[in-house]
Design a protein around this ligand. Structure first.
Ligand code: NAD
Ligand code: WQD
Length: 332
């Protein structure tokens, strides 16, 4: 299959490109490099030994998309292109709604023109809102605590409505939990610009001496050690979930949502302590007040993804911590 990766130079897109190529597929990447750089595509080429057709373009730009669909025989699209900084989305909501929703609409419209009928969408566990975990796909979607989350919830609705209206359109909504870690080569990984918003890149930067101290948001949650629990999934397992999704839409005409998580919750302190232990490094931290919008626990029910996609994670929290540290040491 030829798979167009919109936003494919980013953290999850680059790992998915590697696994798609390893599985014998061909990839084409379009990215505006607003949160990545062309170097990541070069690194994917180094890892796989294959060259990749890539385009620098804004996915909102329909003229650019038409050219890509005309020049490549695309079978399927995976839509990673989006802004994802939760805090920034509360300060600049219009920027998030414009970028995330318009990229989706342009893709869907250009796919229709080009006769491409299959799309996999990067959604998020954030669409469940604040309900009692484990999150099951049959739960109603919840209230999101920020505009970023609402863009994901709205895009799921847009894609579902488009699939209802067009019986040929096949849609897979992948609800990611907390992707962390990096490719074992250390060539690609999460490389946030500026101060990291997410836990793992912050922990890695403190361990590597780039930042002085981690602040842990909240030590008084109703969890065994008082810190929040999350379902951390190795980014390579997550990438392999996309292969399963692509295999699924090759054979079934569906519009459905699947959780991509491990089903296990680890607390912030458990993650920090595991990171220190497996990498034999200190992580200086202090516990401060809660971060607004955080929920105490979030983890997946993984049974539907297992049943329908035959998707099961294999990588441990120890491997996630080792691979994240290896990446930062090689790319400080
Ligand atoms: P990322 O920022 O590393 O990758 C997104 C890519 O999209 C970047 O390369 C960026 O340059 C590109 N992009 C953004 N807007 C674009 C536009 N208008 N035109 C072209 N390219 C554009 O993020 P990621 O962590 O790889 O996330 C990929 C997708 O998964 C995003 O949609 C994100 O919201 C979603 N997601 C991520 C997480 C997570 O924790 N990383 C969790 C749930 C969902
Ligand atoms: C994890 C835990 C923090 C940073 C976010 C988005 C979600 C999805 C994944 C995607 C929480 C704590 C964090 C720090 C800390 N996004 N923390 N100190 O909030 O579960 O999910 O990313 O596109 O939509 O909301 O992930 O990594 O920010 O936080 O103590 O410096 O780590 O409070 O408990 P989160 P996270």
């Amino acid at each position: 299959m030829v798979v167009l990766l919109a936003g494919g130079a980013g953290y999850i897109g680059s790992h998915t490109a590697v696994e798609l190529i390893n599985a014998g597929h061909e990839v084409v990447i379009v990215d505006d490099y607003s949160n990545s750089c062309p170097e990541s595509i070069k690194r994917v080429e180094e890892i796989t030994g294959k060259s990749i057709a890539s385009y620098e373009a804004d996915v909102k730009d329909k003229a650019a998309l038409r050219k890509i669909f005309a020049e490549n025989d695309i079978d399927c699209v995976i839509h990673f292109a989006g802004l994802k900084a939760v805090g920034e989305s509360t300060r600049l909501p219009a920027k998030y709604y414009r970028n995330n929703i318009d990229t989706t609409l342009s893709l869907i419209e250009c796919m229709k023109e080009a006769g491409v009928t299959k799309i996999v969408f990067s959604s998020s566990a954030t669409v469940y809102g604040d309900q009692k975990p484990p999150y099951v796909e049959t739960m109603p979607k919840g209230e999101c605590s920020n505009p970023y989350g609402w863009t994901k919830s709205m895009m799921e609705q847009i894609l579902t409505d488009c699939a209802k209206a067009d019986p040929e359109l096949t849609v897979v909504l992948l609800r990611y939990f907390n992707p962390i870690g990096a490719h074992s080569s250390g060539k690609i990984g999460e490389d946030p610009q500026g101060i990291p918003n997410n836990l793992m890149p912050y922990v890695s930067q403190v361990a590597a001496g780039v930042r002085e101290q981690l602040t842990i948001f909240g030590g008084d949650y109703p969890t065994p050690d008082g810190t929040c629990r999350r379902d951390y999934i190795h980014v390579v397992d997550l990438a392999l979930g996309h292969i399963k999704a692509v295999e699924k839409i090759l054979k079934d005409n569906i519009c459905d949502a699947y959780n991509l998580g491990t089903g296990k919750g680890y607390s912030v302190l458990e993650l920090v302590n595991t990171f220190s232990k497996v990498n034999n490094v200190d992580v200086n931290y202090k516990i401060v007040e809660r971060r607004p919008g955080d929920i105490d626990a979030c983890y997946a029910d993984t049974s539907y993804a297992l049943k329908e996609l035959n998707f099961k994670t294999t990588k441990t929290i120890e491997e996630m911590c080792k691979d994240a540290y290896n990446f930062i040491l090689k790319n400080k």
